[in-house]
Design a protein around this ligand. Structure first.
Ligand code: HEC
Length: 99
């Protein structure tokens, strides 16, 4: 991958992480549906942006869509999520947040 793209993405991520701090009071009101794997989603998917992106994208997503989205977060955005956790995240999202 082009290293300047990697740099730009991690820079954007850092900015988002910082701005998330400022609005943490609001963000904490986002409660995802209870289910197997919820703790893994909360532990891995809130590092760079709010979990409301999951809620907002659910009307257009299914298992295939979530597989692609999680893959994009890992391979393009650089999220450090293990294969095993990715599988559980995809199962949780396609069970609870699919069209
Ligand atoms: C390493 C940082 C990082 C992590 C960790 C991360 N994301 Fe993202 N995500 C991004 C960036 C950057 C964007 C694009 C910018 C934006 O829309 O805010 C994004 C956008 C999204 C979107 C909007 C639609 C799209 O495809 O752009 C969804 C949905 C999403 N992420 C879901 C997730 C889920 C689910 C996880 C956990 C598996 C996750 N993200 C973990 C960085 C990350």
């Amino acid at each position: 991958m082009n290293s300047s793209i990697t740099f730009a993405v991690s820079g954007a991520c850092l900015l988002m992480a910082l701005s998330t701090d400022v609005v943490r009071a609001d963000e904490s009101t986002i409660v995802l549906k209870p289910g197997d794997g919820l703790d893994i989603v909360e532990g891995n998917c809130a590092a760079c942006h709010s979990l409301d992106l999951i809620q907002m994208n659910s009307p257009i997503q299914d298992e295939k869509g979530w597989t692609e989205t999680v893959g994009k977060m890992v391979h393009v955005m650089g999220a450090p999520i293990t294969e095993d956790d990715q599988k559980q995240i995809i199962t949780y999202l396609s069970t609870n947040y699919s069209k």
